[in-house]
Design a protein around this ligand. Structure first.
Ligand code: UD1
Length: 423
């Protein structure tokens, strides 16, 4: 079992860091590559992450040729032959996000069978909206033996109002609707940059999607789609993680190619705290002096609100800012487990339902801690940078799902950090 070991306490991150393509964009983009019956799809700027390997396996399991050229960060998919309609349990069970293959397989084949995604440590994460939306488009859905089976000889365009702007449901329904008969309107749709990225790829494939990035998506169905070439959007959560890392270590870091617009909710909270965040030609620069920062209140919300995927990292920053900060998590109901681990490092916090009070500015000390989920792993490593002495972070399979060379990038910025195998 690997561990990341950090000698912390005196770290001031300085320099430049590069950001990968977004994990949360590339997973649905890979699901979209199932749709074209003609030509290959080439995705560029693909991050080398375990979740990407898992999604590649899911797509390959449908009898589709998937080639990942890691040296070029490029995935080429050829889905032109006959494809299977069952997504293999072996891989679907490893990653909840693989449910987004349901819509594309159904739209293309008239039938799809996908395992129910398993439990998840950050909350219950139902998929009712995915299924209700497909039903609205005429699919009949059955659940049997842990699988979801959806059938519709031809999906029909529909009006569907989502009572929560679910990212995954928006993606699933948008992809399904591209091949439906007639027009589909999704109201209260998710507006994340990853939704816009998916719509852009679908339109390059010949789909007719408009309104991506707003709360109403309109999809006019077409007879078939063809392959296309696409650059995956930059990872705003990886960028945000380095912005927070720079802020909490009194650092001065240029996050190259980070997209200002995508990080607006985070930037506004960092500025409210007193962090100097500037847009430069090459990216976003973050400069800070922790001793001068002020506590803030943050509430996670669907985009363009503060992202839940930055919540854990931001609580690590709150921990070093003197005074009482408040974090309200409204998207997932069980996403404060990192605070329990951070308590082992001396964090003073109280949690009441969806609200965590962080008593920042107390002395933090290195400790042995476990990652509880993907973003928690980053939060614990960042806390290790500022805690006195040695911190060892375990359960790195979570980290590898979403961060490429995380400790190498931090080391380049001056952190005393290494990864060791303890087998
Ligand atoms: C995606 C992201 C994840 C991020 C989340 C919220 C990917 C691969 N993952 O996850 O990193 O944390 O968006 O920004 O892009 N819900 C329902 N019914 C549904 C679907 C969702 O009640 O049918 C609820 C969930 O339980 C959760 C909330 O909606 O409380 C948000 O979920 P959703 O937006 O669907 O997140 P994901 O697509 O799973």
């Amino acid at each position: 079992m690997d561990k990341i070991i950090i000698e912390g306490g005196n770290t001031r991150l300085q320099g430049e860091v590069t950001i990968e393509g977004a994990k949360n964009a590339v997973l649905p983009l890979l699901a979209a590559t199932i749709l074209p019956v003609e030509g290959k799809t080439v995705l560029k700027n693909v991050p080398i992450l375990s979740d990407v390997f898992t999604m590649n396996h899911v797509v390959r399991g449908l009898n589709i040729a998937v080639d990942f050229d890691e040296a070029l960060n490029q995935v080429t998919v050829d889905a032109t032959g006959a494809i299977l309609d069952t997504a293999p349990y072996e891989y679907v069970s490893q990653m909840r996000a693989s449910i987004v293959v349901l819509g594309p397989i159904l739209a293309r084949n008239g039938h799809a069978k996908v395992s129910m995604p398993g439990g998840c440590t950050i909350g219950s994460r139902p998929i009712d909206l995915h299924l209700k939306g497909l039903e609205a488009m005429g699919a009949s859905i059955h659940q049997e033996g842990g699988d979801i089976s959806a059938t519709a000889e031809k999906l029909k365009g529909a009006h569907f109002y989502m009572d929560f702007p679910s990212v995954g449901a928006t993606q699933n329904l948008m992809m399904a609707a591209t091949l439906a008969e007639g027009t589909t309107v999704l109201e209260n749709a998710a507006r994340e940059p990853e939704i816009v990225d998916l719509a852009n790829l679908l339109n390059k494939m010949g789909a007719r999607v408009s309104g991506a990035g707003t709360e109403t998506l309109t999809i006019r169905g077409v007879a078939e789609l063809h392959g296309a070439e696409h650059n995956v959007v930059q990872d705003r959560i990886e960028a945000g993680t380095f912005m927070v890392a720079a802020a909490m270590t009194s650092g001065n870091v240029l996050i190259k190619d980070a997209v200002w617009e995508h990080n607006r909710p985070l930037i506004s909270k960092l500025r409210e705290m007193g962090v100097d965040v500037r847009e430069e030609e090459a990216g976003i620069r973050v400069k800070s002096d922790v001793s001068k920062l002020k506590p803030v209140t943050v509430k996670t919300l669907p985009h363009p609100g503060f992202p839940t995927d930055m919540q854990a990292q931001f609580t690590a920053l709150m921990a070093v800012v003197k005074g009482e900060s408040t974090m309200i998590e409204t998207v997932f109901e069980n996403r404060f487990q990192h605070l329990e681990e951070m308590r082992r490092m001396g964090l003073h916090s109280e949690i009441l339902r969806d609200t965590a009070m962080i008593h920042g500015g107390q002395r933090l000390q290195g400790a042995q801690v476990m990652s509880t989920d993907l973003r928690a792993s980053a939060a614990l490593i960042l806390t290790g940078l500022v805690a006195q002495g040695q911190t060892k972070v375990g359960q790195l399979s979570h980290l590898d799902r979403g961060y490429y060379q995380f400790h190498e990038k931090l080391a380049q910025l001056g952190a005393d950090i290494r990864r060791e195998s303890e087998d």
